[in-house]
Design a binder for this molecule. Structure first.
Ligand SMILES: [Zn+2]
Length: 158
């Protein structure tokens, strides 16, 4: 049985359609930034719903600037990485890391969440990818200031 991490806080988000549960065939963790300054989970959810016309926030998990880890879609199929939604979980850190840097609190929460998911789904650290590392992606996501090699090295430690 898949178990969602107990340290993730559930927030009241209304999705406009029923979400599909993920299978246990999750192979990747994909890291994103919100690409906007000061967007919290509610603003991101609203944008994905009202502008993108998705059923709601596309990310599985969302990390606020203070490091709080919130549940977006959780263990339901996301809308965050073209061709990869069925086989990955998307973690979004709020902020625009083309301009700013993730906070220490965000990085340590991202590490904690990655550790949990890597062990739950048997994902090697090499398959924790930045959105821009997916083939065919032209975005800078999770931002020019977010070094994925450094991040993988950071989370490969205890
Ligand atoms: Zn992204």
């Amino acid at each position: 049985m898949l178990k969602e991490p107990s340290f993730v806080r559930d927030v009241p988000l209304q999705f406009s359609e029923p979400l599909k549960k993920i299978s246990d065939g999750i192979k990747y963790i994909i890291i994103h930034h919100a690409q906007e300054r000061g967007w919290d989970i509610y603003k991101t959810h609203h944008f994905h719903q009202a502008v993108r016309k998705w059923s709601g926030i596309g990310y599985n998990f969302f990390i606020e600037a203070n490091g709080e880890i919130l549940k977006g879609r959780g263990y339901h199929v996301g809308a965050h990485a073209y061709h990869y939604n069925e086989v990955s979980l998307g973690i979004c850190l709020t902020g625009d890391f083309d301009v700013d840097h993730p906070t220490k609190e965000q990085l340590s929460s991202a590490k904690k969440l990655c550790h949990y998911l890597m062990s739950e789904f048997n994902i090697p650290v090499s398959d924790v990818l930045g959105h821009r590392e997916l083939p065919g992606t032209t975005k800078t996501c999770p931002g020019k200031n977010f070094n994925m090699d450094q991040f993988r090295e950071f989370i490969s430690k205890k």
